[in-house]
Design a protein around this ligand. Structure first.
Ligand code: PMP
Length: 284
């Protein structure tokens, strides 16, 4: 495997950044994960737009033009011979002597890109079974709209899920409403068949898959309501699911040990999965 690190393509096993990288020292950086399908990135344009926004919010520069970054992403995918899988990119505020203040404006930001293959059959198998989720208090900061590499609450929540025999954790805000998953956006289907997901304006990351799924729902003439929902409403839902670039839509069949619907993946999430890649943009 090959990784791109600050201007060079290097053996993945030897790829590293400096110990004084701000990403390593402070979690001072942002990232993106993009699905690769048939050797091409899915929704690249939207992922790049979100990257630019995250960087802007943190006043970190992109160390190269978006066009050049597109070349690096494609090179990394090609050099790893990824047909189906993921490409990951991370930009940090660069290497500087440890000090909380931003380093000198001339400090070049660090850029790392990796890519790996993922067997699509694995995602299909998980989707065929459905997953269990647990709920945990949302103890994150207020800027979860920024895709920062500072993911400690997410790590702890997902590990707690794993310990409980579940795959994902749903964060719940102080008013009892679900915000999102540790690495996914959360959705339910009401008994009337309406799709509910939390508005992207508060408490969540605006998932690219979430945005595209809205278009898929429209195409399927499903009604979508963007509003917060409680854990109680989710427990009474007909279906529940999560979305992310790593497995577009994954059915949720258990929440905190309680069965959702008939305990099997439902028709709405199945239809959304089947239609996703007709709507998502493939960037050649
Ligand atoms: N929320 C969080 C906290 C995430 O980490 C992710 C995955 N990066 C998502 C939502 C889903 O976003 P996307 O659909 O862009 O992968």
């Amino acid at each position: 495997r090959i990784a791109y690190v600050n201007g060079s393509y290097v053996a993945h096993a030897e790829a590293g950044v400096h110990v004084e990288d701000r990403g390593y020292q402070f979690g001072d950086g942002v990232y993106e994960v993009c699905e690769v399908r048939g050797g091409h990135m899915v929704d690249e344009r939207r992922h790049m737009a979100r990257l630019v926004r995250s960087l802007g919010e943190l006043r970190i520069r992109l160390p190269m033009s978006l066009a050049a970054l597109g070349v690096v992403l494609r090179q990394t995918i090609a050099r790893n011979r990824v047909r189906d899988g993921l490409v990951y990119l991370q930009v940090t505020r660069g290497v500087a002597r440890r000090d909380h203040y931003f380093p000198d404006a001339a400090t070049p930001p660090s850029l790392v890109v990796t890519a790996r293959s993922v067997d699509p059959a694995k995602g299909e198998a998980v989707a065929g079974q459905g997953i269990a989720v647990i709920t945990v208090p949302d103890n994150r900061w207020e800027r979860v709209d920024i895709k920062t590499i500072g993911l400690l609450p997410n790590v702890l929540a997902k590990e707690a899920a794993k310990q409980a025999g579940a795959r994902e954790a749903w964060f719940v805000d102080a008013s009892g409403h679900v915000t999102e998953g540790g690495s996914t956006n959360a959705w339910i289907v009401t008994p009337e068949g309406r799709l509910i997901t939390r508005p992207a304006e508060s408490g969540i990351l605006r998932g690219i898959t979430r945005t595209v799924m809205m278009e898929v729902a429209e195409k399927l003439q499903l009604r979508v309501e963007e509003r917060p929902f409680t854990v109680a409403e989710a427990l009474g839902a007909r279906e529940a699911f999560v979305t992310s670039a790593t497995n577009f839509a994954t059915p949720v069949v258990r929440i905190d040990g309680q069965t959702i619907g008939d305990g099997r993946p439902g028709p709405v999430v199945r239809a959304l999965r089947e239609n996703f890649h007709q709507v998502a943009e493939i960037a050649r």
